[in-house]
Design a protein around this ligand. Structure first.
Ligand SMILES: [Zn+2]
Length: 226
């Protein structure tokens, strides 16, 4: 009997709560009061060629930390061989951050936006062999209609619970650590940059993660909880 109760409790504990969704249909949290966190990274290229921040990658790999990496098309193509090497780590997932990383998706026509969404889906599918399920708007700019287009195409839009501030060149690792640790709550979706534009992220992340682990937090892939 005790065994049965334990089994039922375990099932209940591992069931995921519905993701926290704002009125506009954007997911900004995991909707859980359990100490789980989704670690997410943007991997986009804007004006100059961008590559993976290997310091962050090796930390994630060595510690087997689940994370979602949102790829833009240009970044994915430029880093194709590296992405292929990363496919063996099943705790990493690759998601959709648009084809050309146009800063204002809300200004695009429906047709042009659909090309940004589906075009990048094809690019990533060709590299990884997997379909993407989640979309993140470049620079976080969107409108209702573009969110609808994402959902019509089978996507959930996943943003973040709070901005880490890591693309700020003036932020110190110390500030990044204290800010992220202060703001993180059960069910938070954290956002950082893994394209070389999270200037202090590689330095700050091991401390952030180790502090969160000490507080009893664990890390989940988006695809496992949404
Ligand atoms: Zn981006």
């Amino acid at each position: 009997m005790l065994k049965y109760i334990t089994a039922v409790l375990l099932v209940l504990l591992t069931m995921s709560a519905p993701a926290q969704q704002r009125e506009d249909g954007i997911i900004t949290g995991l909707g859980s009061d359990k100490k789980i966190i989704a670690l997410t990274f943007d991997a986009c290229e804007t004006k100059t060629p961008s590559y993976f921040d290997e310091k962050i990658l090796s930390f994630l790999i060595n510690n087997k930390i689940p994370a979602a990496i949102f790829l833009s098309g240009k970044f994915a193509v430029r880093n194709e061989s590296r992405i292929k090497q990363l496919l063996k780590y099943n705790f990493l997932e690759f998601e959709n951050h648009s084809l050309n990383h146009i800063q204002h998706s809300e200004k695009l026509s429906d047709l042009d936006f659909t090309k940004e969404l589906k075009g990048n889906e094809t690019v990533i599918k060709n590299i990884t062999g997997r379909h993407t399920r989640f979309f993140r708007f470049p620079a976080g700019n969107y409108n209702k209609q573009k969110v609808k287009l994402c959902r019509d195409n089978g996507y959930e839009v996943v943003h973040w619970t709070f901005a880490s501030g890591d693309p700020d060149k003036n932020i110190s690792a110390k500030k990044l650590i204290s800010w992220v640790n202060y703001k993180t709550k059960p069910g938070s979706i954290l956002i950082f940059h893994i394209n070389g534009r999270g200037y202090r992220t590689g330095e700050a992340l091991p401390v952030i993660i180790s502090r969160l682990k000490k507080l009893g937090y664990s890390f989940v892939k988006l695809e496992d909880v949404i």
